[in-house]
Design a protein around this ligand. Sequence first.
Ligand SMILES: [Zn+2]
Length: 308
Amino acid sequence: MRQPEGQASITAIERHRHTQHSRAFNDYSSSLLPSTLPVSSRLHFLLAVVVTSLVFSGATTALRVDAAEWPDEYRAGPFVCHADFALAEHRNLLNALPRLQRDLVTQVGIVASQEPIHLFLFHRKSTYQAYLKQYFPDVPSRKALFIKGRGPGMVFAYRGEDFETDVRHECTHALLNAALPMVPLWLDEGLAEYFEVPAAQRANANPHLKYVRFNALLVQVPKLESLEQLSGLSEMNRTKYRHAWAWIHFMLHGPPEAREELSRYLADIRALTPPGKLSRRLRHRMPNLERRFAEHFKQWNSSGFPSL
Ligand SMILES: [Zn+2]
């Protein structure tokens, strides 16, 4: 959640894969600003960038980052990538990130923010963990992180097993939270789950799909109202992430009125108009919501197109 002027708290959204989630709203205003700079540490270049970002984040939307401080850097659309390893191997991933923003605009209906998003990418898990422990000591240990204060969002990840998935997931959070003043937890995570796979796999090759389809055949429909009551990532588990993903899939690929209502709901949030519950709005458009949900997944065949 973007914080109002005068407060220096930071929202941290933790990557969850194989771990329990939690979402932290903490005041890092003092703990993020070390009193001394390590001059001999291997984290020297990392520290320089983060201190700069925090100092200037409240004063300007342009984050001043010294390119010389990082071994490799790359810019792709709004994403400014800083890495402690050569990024050439991941150019395809990074070059696809601007399309992620375009797809959020065209498919979900957000209005793209112009603010930059900084990616801090690490070769080793140990370096990533040491960095976060030093500068974000109150954030629980997670595979990857999205952190946003008053300034541009920051994504942190290391080259682990799910590196590219993690980056797309966290960058989805970053794009949503740059474009909107707030994003409901379940919706934020459902969209991140949807967009974390490569674009060609989103509609019909997400690992969640077979479970959701199986349950739909049994007419087991996840309760949207239950998702809307979730207030912290610690309440989420893998099943809840799957349920959130399923409702996103239904809205993006199901009845046109569902996607239209999602876009209207997000437009209300952007305009600071109290949006109410999305479940209520969807039920107003589709009184037989659960049946439409089940039908959507029953008809969604393996080729990714509804079977008629
Ligand atoms: Zn997430």
